[in-house]
Each structure stands twice: as structure tokens, then as C-alpha cells.
Design a protein around this ligand. Structure first.
Ligand SMILES: Nc1ncnc2c1ncn2[C@@H]1O[C@H](COP(=O)(O)OP(=O)(O)OP(=O)(O)O)[C@@H](O)[C@H]1O
Length: 329
């Protein structure tokens, strides 16, 4: 049984306090000379995750995401700060923690390449000492929901990327982990496979309350799965909050698309600007935090309005803007 009573005082399941990771790297600086340099991969990061939360962890390449995940699993030891998962210090009690967490790295597999899929699961059964009935139950559930029935006897090397990914997710869940770290779980998958993986994760979180920390470059993963997102860049936390709030933090704009009865000069109403005109259709940009209602009212009062719609800002653009901004303290 998981010792769920071992928790941070504020009930946080994952807790990081001013966590840092500094790597020492040696760089060639001449014929024989080597220069020592420090890379601050994670720079004083603090956050907490409550049990059952599904949180997105995003950032550009080299931002420090994988380093954070490696510290959370105990593979790497922080250079400074305090880190706890289920009350456990991961680098000190890695084996004990291993029974409570599941990890999926999209770019690498934990499955045995030359063996049928089922053999990797049997190995996990013994390695984690999962009680027989529990193992059966979890395997049956994963096989059904991840559609692995026809694949169990197939050697892993013969599986497609999407099939292998589903196989990897099942392998990470057979021992009932309370938290699942996913590093790029949909990378390289086609639309159908992505939908299957996302659907499964949603179900897992809803039915079992599994805490999920999701690292991805696919923002649709975040939009469809996570109510909260953390943005990291240059090892620092730039944003931690609701996905919707990213728009405001990125000072982004929404667009009002207006269809008029006929072609007219650019609309002139306060607090917005026309960014495009095509025949009777005009595009007006306004601050994302501002309500569209007064804008619509004044356009309707002064112009022959036929139809309109509001477009949300492109999340990619919002995040790109954030990367160029400043970190949160
Ligand atoms: N073992 C290591 N030794 C030296 N530097 C490292 C090591 N691991 C990571 N780094 C450096 O730390 C920084 C953060 O790397 P990390 O892999 O955590 O980024 P990431 O956000 O996961 O990037 P990506 O999206 O490309 O996977 C990078 O500058 C990287 O070069």
C-alpha cells in the first residue's frame, strides 16, 4: 500500500523549493587546454503539485525540463534546494520511490526490444513484486483501454511508434504508480494515436486520480489534458498557472472577425485596431484580457454588421512571446 500519509505539510504531493542543478562541463579551449564551465540547467525552481493534478511542463529545447524530471525520479541529485515526492527524497531513496512513480520517455523505450510485449510486462510483474491479482487486473485494463490485445505476442521491434508508445505507457502503470511523468508521450505519433494516448491519460487521471506531470512540445497535449501549465526557460520558471492565464501573461491579443454588409474603410472604434481587410470582412485585434462585448456593441451601433466571431490567440505565439519575456520571481 502506498504510504499516502507521508506528505508535505500543505498537502503537496510533489514539492520543490529553490531546486538547482548545475552541471560542470569541460570545453576544449586550445590545443591541450580544457576550460571548465558551469551549466545551470535548473535555476532555483519552486513549485508544488497536489495529488491528482495534471500539470503541463513546457519550455524550449534545453530549458531544463528533462533535468527536472530526472531529479524527480532520483536519477539526478539536485545541486541545491529541497525536493520531495510523496514525502520521499528521490535521490536518497530512489528504489523506494520507484514503486510509487511511473515514467514514460517518448524518445526511449523501457520495453525489451527483441521480446514479445507481454514479456516486458511479466518482467515488471516480478521486478515490482506486483501481487498476481493486481497485475492481472491492471494488465487487463491497460490492454483494453490502450488496445494492446493483438500486440502482446509481437516483438517490440515490430511495433509501430504509436503501438510501442501505448505499450510503454502500460508498462509504466502496471505497478499502480501514484504519479506518472511523461516526457513527450505523443512525439512522432499520428493524429489517431495521439487521440488514443490523450484519451487514455484523461481516463486514468479521472478514474484513478493519478498525478500526471507532462512534458511536451505539442501544445494540443496541454490544451486537451492540463488545466495548469508551468513554463520553464533557461532553467527558470516563467509561468505557473491556468492555461487561459498564459494569454494574459503573454500580453496577447484576441481577434474579432467582422463581416459587414459591404466593403468599407477600416472600422474605427476605441481599444482595437484593424489588422486586415478583405472585401466586406475585417479583422480587429484587441487585448486578450479585455471583454469583446462593448467592442461588438459599438461596432453594431455604427456599422452595418452581418456576422462576427472571436478568435483566441494562437497558443504557440503566446508562449513564444513569453519565452522572450521575464521569469516569475
Ligand atoms: N549531463 C549533462 N551534462 C552537462 N550539461 C547537461 C547535462 N544534461 C543537460 N545538460 C544541459 O542542461 C540544460 C538543460 O537540459 P535539459 O535536457 O534539461 O533540457 P530540456 O528542457 O529537457 O530540453 P529538450 O526539450 O531539448 O529535451 C541544457 O543546456 C543541457 O545542455
Amino acid at each position: 500500500m502506498p504510504d499516502s500519509d507521508v506528505m508535505e505539510p500543505d498537502g503537496a504531493f510533489i514539492a520543490l523549493e529553490k531546486v538547482e542543478k548545475v552541471f560542470e562541463v569541460r570545453k576544449k579551449a586550445g590545443f591541450l587546454k580544457r576550460e571548465r564551465r558551469q551549466v545551470r540547467a535548473v535555476d532555483s525552481i519552486s513549485f508544488t503539485v497536489a495529488r491528482g493534478e495534471m500539470v503541463g511542463y513546457i519550455g524550449p529545447n534545453g530549458a531544463g525540463k528533462s533535468t527536472t524530471i530526472k531529479m524527480l525520479t532520483g536519477i539526478l541529485t539536485p545541486s541545491a534546494g529541497r525536493l520531495r515526492v510523496a514525502g520521499i527524497d528521490p535521490s536518497r531513496q530512489r528504489t523506494r520511490l520507484a514503486h510509487r512513480i511511473g515514467v514514460v520517455f517518448g524518445q526511449r523505450t523501457t520495453l525489451w526490444w527483441d521480446l514479445p510485449l507481454i514479456d516486458s510486462y511479466r518482467l515488471a510483474h516480478r521486478m515490482y513484486r506486483i501481487p498476481d491479482a493486481r497485475f492481472r487486473e491492471n494488465l487487463d485494463r491497460c490492454v483494453e483501454l490502450l488496445e494492446l490485445g493483438d500486440l502482446l505476442d509481437v516483438p517490440v521491434r515490430q511495433l509501430s511508434l504509436g503501438q510501442r508508445m501505448r505499450g510503454d505507457i502500460a508498462a509504466a502503470l502496471l505497478h499502480d504508480p501514484e504519479v506518472l511523468y511523461l516526457d513527450e508521450p505523443t512525439i512522432g505519433l499520428d493524429v489517431v494515436s495521439k487521440a488514443k494516448v490523450r484519451g487514455f491519460l484523461k481516463e486514468l487521471n479521472a478514474a484513478r486520480g493519478t498525478t500526471v506531470l507532462l512534458t511536451t512540445h505539442d501544445l494540443q497535449d496541454i490544451e486537451q489534458l492540463c488545466s495548469r501549465v508551468m513554463v520553464i526557460d533557461h532553467g527558470r520558471l516563467m509561468y505557473d498557472g491556468a492555461l487561459a492565464g498564459l494569454h494574459e501573461a503573454g500580453e496577447s491579443e484576441r481577434t474579432l472577425v467582422v463581416d459587414l454588409e459591404r466593403e468599407l474603410p477600416p472600422i474605427e472604434v476605441p481599444s482595437c485596431r484593424v489588422v486586415r481587410v478583405e472585401g466586406p470582412r475585417q479583422w480587429l485585434a484587441f487585448a486578450a484580457g479585455q471583454s469583446a462585448a462593448p467592442l461588438v456593441a459599438s461596432i453594431a451601433a455604427e456599422y452595418p454588421l452581418v456576422d462576427l466571431s472571436v478568435r483566441e490567440p494562437d497558443i504557440e505565439a503566446v508562449i513564444a512571446k513569453m519565452y522572450a519575456g521575464k521569469a516569475v520571481s
